[in-house]
Design a protein around this ligand. Structure first.
Ligand code: NAD
Length: 319
């Protein structure tokens, strides 16, 4: 039985990754500073550790039978609002988590180490610009400090991998959404925030949207993201690999899809807010080598996600 350590397992993507690893027959330890909020973990063992602290990191990595694979998804992160308002915490906390985890994994002679990076490592793009390949992250010009930290952490993982013979797999995720993701409180990302606003609005009502709605994005359903992580970790694909749905839409299109699923007429009120980059368009050539394909069009993923967020909104109102 393969044994995996999954960090960030109290959060969105890693919670779903634990379920996938269990289905694949792994023994799994989940680690986080908090337990999952919406459904119990399926990890065989779940430990609360603060990975900014090297001693706690060593404890997380310590097990009499050891770990074959480490998936590091712990991060202090959120949507654009959070990324712009908490840049000092993001840079410091994530640099600590990632340097501790990478050095700790090398110390424990872990054979395969996965790091969750982000499409935020890339520079801004113009709508319609040709797709960027992984090597086009250099010369580097990420749009925000979260992206700079991810780029540094990628390089650190690769350096430790070279020195200690540890196989490193790095995915650069595009926006990920799905049930059990953060949907309120300030850390939520655009798909969850828009689902929540639509769920809160009356039929015929208006919702506020940051920017003018023309920013182009791709949104990846969480099951697809987890499938990409799993395939990449098992693959021979070296260096960072983009994982993202090849369906690119504007934020305004996203609102239309959510409103259609909600069966509501929604007016869009565009307001000033932290939008992030203008456009995205990335090559998926590397992840396609693993046999990965996105299975969920945005409409199909929102058809699963919106009812879950609507239920959370109702639960919160009835409290
Ligand atoms: P999330 O916030 O739901 O999960 C991250 C988890 O890390 C949280 O549960 C948090 O408590 C935990 N964590 C934070 N600080 C910690 C610490 N000091 N010690 C231990 N645990 C700590 O975020 P997510 O959406 O599941 O993201 C997972 C990974 O994917 C992150 O590395 C994130 O940067 C990356 N990513 C996510 C997206 C996305 O769209 N969700 C896009 C690009 C990259």
């Amino acid at each position: 039985m393969r044994r995996a350590l999954v960090t960030g397992a109290g959060g969105f993507i890693a919670h779903h990754l634990v379920k996938r690893l269990k289905r694949e027959g792994y023994w799994v330890r989940g680690v986080d500073i908090k337990s999952p909020e919406y459904s119990p973990t399926q990890a065989d063992d779940f430990q609360i550790f603060d990975l900014r602290d090297m001693e706690q990191c060593r404890k997380a990595l310590s097990d009499p039978q050891g770990f074959d694979e480490v998936f590091n998804l712990a991060a202090d992160m959120g949507g654009m609002g959070f990324i712009h308002s908490a840049e000092c915490d993001i840079m410091r906390h994530n640099a600590l988590i990632n340097s501790n985890m990478t050095a700790g994994a090398a110390e424990k002679k872990i054979k395969r180490y996965f790091f969750s990076s982000s499409a935020c490592v890339y520079r801004d793009m113009k709508p319609g610009a040709p797709e960027l390949k992984e090597e086009d992250a250099y010369p580097a010009l990420p749009d925000n400090e979260y992206g700079w930290e991810k780029l540094y952490a990628e390089r650190m993982a690769l350096a430790f991998g070279r020195k200690h013979g540890m196989v490193i797999r790095i995915a650069r995720f595009q926006n990920c959404y799905g049930p059990e993701g953060t949907w309120h409180g300030g850390r939520e990302k655009a798909p969850a925030a828009i689902c929540r606003k639509v769920a809160e609005a009356e039929n015929g009502g208006a919702i506020e949207i940051w920017g003018d709605g023309t920013a182009v994005r791709s949104y990846t359903y969480v099951d697809d993201m987890v499938d990409g992580i799993y395939r990449l970790m098992q693959s021979q694909v070296e260096g960072p690999a983009n994982i993202g749905n090849p369906e690119y839409l504007t934020v305004s299109d996203l609102v239309d899809i959510v409103a259609e699923i909600a069966k509501k007429k929604i007016k869009k009120k565009f307001v000033d807010g932290p939008v992030g980059v203008l456009s995205r368009n990335f090559s998926n050539e590397k992840i396609y080598r693993t046999g990965w394909q996105a299975q969920f069009k945005l409409k199909n993923g929102i058809a699963i996600t919106y009812p879950w967020i609507e239920e959370q909104v109702k639960k919160l109102r009835s409290r």
